[in-house]
Ligand binder design. Sequence first.
Ligand SMILES: [Zn+2]
Length: 319
Amino acid sequence: MRTILTLCLIQALTAGAYAAEIALSFDDAPQPGGWSLTGTERTERFIKVLREKGVPPVVFYANPRGEQEENLSRLLKYGEAGHVIANHTNDHPDLGAVSGKEFVQSIATADAALTPIPNYKKWFRYPYLNEGQDAEQKRYFVKNYLKQNGYRSGYITIETFDWYIDDHINTETKQGNPVDKSHWIQFYIAMIVELVEFYDNLALEVLGRSPVHVILLHENDVNALSLPELIDQIRLSGHTLVSADRAYEDPIADTKWDQHRFSQRRLMAIAVESQYEGQVSSRWIDTDYIDQRLREAGLLCQENYFFCSFSSWLCEKIC
Ligand SMILES: [Zn+2]
């Protein structure tokens, strides 16, 4: 019943949607084992599903985190399977919390580890998409480093909080609460489909056209497990999956935008410059809103409900 309702919801949300071209990008690769898969299992599953579904090469924004053998061998597998490996720093620092010098050192360390991997490209995505927006000096320092060292911007056009859903499932699993994986996945896919429509509509408003989109996802279990259905649903919504290379050939990849303080959220940068007055971010990147929808769907208990701390059974009943 829930599945049918969710599918109806997806169809309602996508009715009349514009047909967009979309490239998939997965950040923080390779992540350690999660709530369902070991790291190695996840890598194998990503590669298998992408191949079986005939998805053109995606991009994995990598954090090699030192030269740990398992990390490099998983990145090697992605590269050998034809996917692009790109730079997301060595250890995922937040530019708001470290100096510009420390930050570029992390980029350089990742570059040295990733250079031998096939299909490594000098595309760069900032951790947390934090370009040091308000710290002007630091922002220019890093942007100049990237320019001088031949990096292209690994911008996105569709932001998602996939990681937030993955975190929730992880917590529920660790707390021993019953986790209906298929229900979570249906919820997750409906969320992603709505995000695609939101950002494509934003593009139509600010550009007057649908660009080749880049969707921000993470190399985590929720994506590994939902991937076959997610791919199908994106296609059923009328969209086409294209390679990451093709996405970054779109006119919005023009390097003139790279210096902008929101350059990584490319549509936001363009919207700000064109003095667009509408919403530039979806409600699905608001964690309070996501939690409310999860509670309505019966996937989360009422927050801090007294009995939940004693019994997941009572908690489940309340849900
Ligand atoms: Zn990241």
